[in-house]
Every structure is written in structure tokens, then in C-alpha cells.
Design a protein around this ligand. Sequence first.
Ligand code: FES
Length: 94
Amino acid sequence: LSSQRILVCQNRTCRKQGAKTVLAEFQAQNIAEVKIFGSGCLGQCGNGPMVLILPAEIWCDRVSVEEVTAILTRYALTSDRATPTTPLTSPQSP
Ligand code: FES
């Protein structure tokens, strides 16, 4: 059994950026192999909503609800074999 975990920051800054709905969307996917947690600040405030996939330690920034399924498919469900390459979300220019 896998011990995939996904942390979705629920601290103030990320919540302001929509982390609550992102967390809800991850939970709504209800994937047995992946445990979803709301977390405290992940130290990346301002780039939120921040998502951290463990144990692979893949960081996703500015995650939107629309990206949740893609993140699960691309990283969490295949991370035994996947090599972390390019981030799914590229930072927007400031
Ligand atoms: S509030 Fe989310 S990373 Fe700090």
C-alpha cells in the first residue's frame, strides 16, 4: 500500500488565495491511495494555494481547483515511477 499524502496549506495567506476550495476538491476526488490533509503554513506564503505531495516532495504553487485532477493523475498516483520534472504550474510574472 502506498503512503501518498497531499498537504494543502490552510493557513491565512493560502486561504485568501482559495486554498479552502482546493482542499475540498482534493477531498472530493476521494482517492483511496492518497490521503489528503489540510496543513499549516508551508513556508511559501504568497505563492498559494500551496500543495505539497509526499513522500515525493513535489511542490505545486498557485494550485487552482481545475488543476486538482491533473495533479493527482500526474504526480500522486504515479509518483512511484514518475520523476519530478517540470512543475505543473509555472509561476506567473509578478
Ligand atoms: S500560508 Fe500557505 S504557505 Fe504560508
